[in-house]
Design a protein around this ligand. Structure first.
Ligand SMILES: Cc1ncc(COP(=O)(O)O)c(C=O)c1O
Length: 397
């Protein structure tokens, strides 16, 4: 048989999706599976976005412009302006989700064997994008004990080698829920300027910050124009994961011109989804106020329920809608699979994402899971109750 590539062999399976066959088998046995594993919000997509597609009188579903439609990119620039981020349509390429923006960013600035420093735990697919590009992820551990704050800058500096091209952060963080302060962003900015590196910020959860905390974008830092690359997406902002629209934003002309060549190779982003995403920009602020209020109350319920479980430690998220939870188990992978294969409480069980896949350092996160609180409060309370009973049974088996 012809062999597949070494790269293909090394491509990591998604820790969020790899337990799906066990969940499907549990469902076939009639068990209700509560999904805490995936960041698919249950919030309704804004009507204005869906109506724009419903009412559109398109006759030929043509390619759009490679960089995304002019009107959409202008409106995205106006959206950023309201966030005190000064960019123009020329600085933006519309992509097929934040996912494509990430792979364009890596492809644009990095060659095989180059290194990218990423605070861990991080969005697991960063490993996949890096592997696909032959790029080496150099992790720097953040800790549950400091709520996953930015590790000391001196620790970053120790990891910089001649191969280092960039630092990648996710702000607010998936899976940590950590929101970087203005000071932390400025420290990173100083570091990347000193060593002439790029700073990539995945800001797809920008809107989701709690208790009045302000998001501070790397595009707001004066003097960072040549270094800063932002990855963005409509997926979570408007509960439009299926639209597959995102963008890459940079004031660095060479970055955008190079990313455009990657974009030309895939022709264009989806046409209908751009129509929906453009209309979504009309979403009134009270939509976000309601959504954020809902996430805050879900977070509060979830955290206080988790804190009552013996031996469980949880970092309190300040943004996004995930948290990392440390469990009194040696191997969260085994526990997560056991939950689906062997456990039920009154016909229900829970599906969680084992956190080891969100780390690049072998062994880290083995006793941790990630929970996405994208379900109603009653479901979250029930899920934590199930988790508590399951931990007792698992630890006495
Ligand atoms: C941190 C982060 N970045 C990027 C993405 C990619 O999202 P999409 O491709 O749907 O825009 C996700 C999706 O969950 C994410 O959590």
């Amino acid at each position: 048989m012809p062999s597949i590539s070494e790269k293909g062999r090394q491509m990591p399976a998604s820790p969020i999706r790899k337990l799906v066959p066990y969940a499907e088998a549990a469902k076939k046995r009639g068990i209700h599976v509560i999904h805490l594993n995936i960041g698919q919000p249950d919030i309704k997509t804004p009507k204005v976005a869906l109506d724009a597609v419903r009412n559109h009188k398109i006759e030929v579903l043509a390619y759009s412009m490679t960089e995304g439609s002019e009107t959409y990119r202008e409106k995205i620039a106006a959206y950023y302006e309201k966030k005190d981020i000064h960019v123009t349509a020329k600085d933006i390429i519309v992509t097929t989700g934040g996912s494509e923006a990430l792979s364009f960013a890596i492809g644009t600035i990095m060659d095989a064997e180059d290194e990218i420093i990423i605070p861990e735990p991080f969005y697991a697919n960063y490993n996949g994008f890096a592997t696909a590009a032959g790029v080496k992820v150099v992790p720097i551990a953040s800790s549950i004990d400091t709520n996953f704050a930015l590790p000391p800058i001196a620790e970053f500096e120790k990891l910089i080698t001649p191969q280092t091209k960039a630092i990648l952060i996710c702000n607010p963080g998936n899976p940590t829920g950590y929101l970087y302060s203005k000071e932390e962003i400025e420290q990173l900015a100083t570091l990347v300027k000193k060593h002439d590196l790029f700073l990539i910020a995945d800001e797809v959860y920008r809107e989701f910050t709690y208790e009045g905390r302000q998001h501070y974008s790397i595009l707001q830092v004066n003097g960072l124009e040549e270094h800063a690359i932002v990855v963005d997406s409509v997926s979570k902002r408007y509960s439009m994961c299926g639209a597959r629209i995102g963008c890459i934003v940079s004031k660095n002309r060479e970055v955008i011109q190079t990313a455009l060549k990657f974009a030309q190779a895939r022709l264009s982003p989806p046409t209908f989804a751009q129509i929906a995403s453009e209309a979504a920009l009309e979403t009134p602020q009270d939509y976000f106020d309601d959504v954020i209020e809902e996430y805050v109350s879900r977070r509060n319920v979830l955290i206080s329920e988790l804190q009552q479980l013996e031996g469980v430690k949880v970092a309190v998220p300040q943004g996004a809608f995930y948290c990392v939870v440390e469990l009194p188990v040696a191997d969260a992978d085994d526990f997560a699979q056991w939950l689906l294969e062997k456990f039920e409480l009154d016909g229900s069980t829970v599906m969680v994402a084992p956190a080891a896949g969100f780390y690049a350092t072998p062994g880290l996160g083995k006793n941790q899971i990630r929970i996405a609180y994208v379900l109603k409060k009653e479901q979250l309370v029930k899920a934590v109750h199930i988790l508590g009973r399951a931990l007792k049974e698992y630890n006495t088996k």
